[in-house]
Design a protein around this ligand. Structure first.
Ligand code: ADP
Ligand code: ADP
Ligand code: ZN
Length: 216
């Protein structure tokens, strides 16, 4: 299956992606994770991307599209993939369509994780992540078993630098202006499915499953 997860920052895309990837045995590809890994390793991509992530702005399309094409070329994507955080602009969506066209493939479904804006702010500001293994937690809604420690690898969990109040505002504004137009873009292709993302994590995954069973 070839799936795109769409939704505002903090909607729960990464959280659901982990479950979907495991259940359907497809790689979870997160542009945000790719950028953060490169930033922590201080690669040349990381050096270029850092200022955009810190400001809550999008990394320029020419950089992002190139990275995604390289990632999708890898062998593990041959039987499907789950894109989390890409595309985020109409230009990226067009580039993805033309890439897939070129290899005789297409997206099966775009899941829009629909969450009212009033829930978003608490979800993002309470998010904590594991810098070692990428696991994500929430201080209230999904706390680790031992406070401050990753369940998986026991590293100290941290708050992302861009999960502060001021950056969140910028990211939500960027979402509304640059990413939300993708809802209409994929609706027009007949591949968009809305998922209610306002309930608890397990409930949302149940909603996701209900949609995905139609494509299996
Ligand atoms: P995104 O990838 O869309 O930015 P995440 O999956 O990282 O979002 O989720 C943002 C934060 O909200 C995390 O702290 C996560 O643990 C928490 N979260 C995710 N889904 C839910 C949910 N259904 N209810 C409450 N909190 C959630
Ligand atoms: P969230 O789901 O909370 O917004 P992500 O981890 O998906 O967080 O993205 C974090 C940051 O990485 C974005 O604010 C942006 O700077 C950069 N980024 C991620 N995906 C893209 C993309 N497709 N195009 C441009 N920038 C991106
Ligand atoms: Zn960890």
């Amino acid at each position: 299956m070839k799936i795109i997860l769409l939704g505002p920052p903090g909607a729960g895309k990464g959280t659901q992606a982990k479950f979907i990837s495991r259940e359907y045995s497809i790689p979870h590809i997160s542009t945000g994770d790719i950028f953060r890994k490169n930033i922590s390793e201080k690669t040349s991509l990381g050096v270029k991307a850092k200022k955009y992530l810190d400001a809550g702005k999008l990394v320029p399309d020419e950089i992002t599209i190139g990275i995604m094409k390289n990632r999708l070329d890898m062998d593990d994507c041959k039987n499907g993939f789950l894109l989390d955080g890409f595309p985020r602009t109409v230009n990226q969506a067009r580039a993805l369509d033309s890439y897939l066209n070129g290899v005789g493939q297409k997206i099966d479904v775009v899941l829009l994780i629909d969450v009212p804006e009033k829930l978003i702010f608490d979800r993002i500001t309470g998010r904590r992540v594991c810098p070692s293994c990428g696991a994500s937690y929430h201080i209230k809604f999904n706390p680790p078993k031992i406070e401050g420690k990753c369940d998986v690898c026991h590293s100290d969990i941290v708050q992302r630098k861009d999960d502060t109040e001021s950056t969140v505002k910028s990211r939500l504004e960027v979402y509304g202006r640059q990413t939300e137009p993708l809802v209409g873009y994929y609706e027009a292709q007949g591949v968009l499915s809305k998922v209610d993302g306002s309930g608890e994590i397990d409930q949302v995954f149940q909603n996701v499953r209900n949609v995905l069973k139609k494509y299996n």
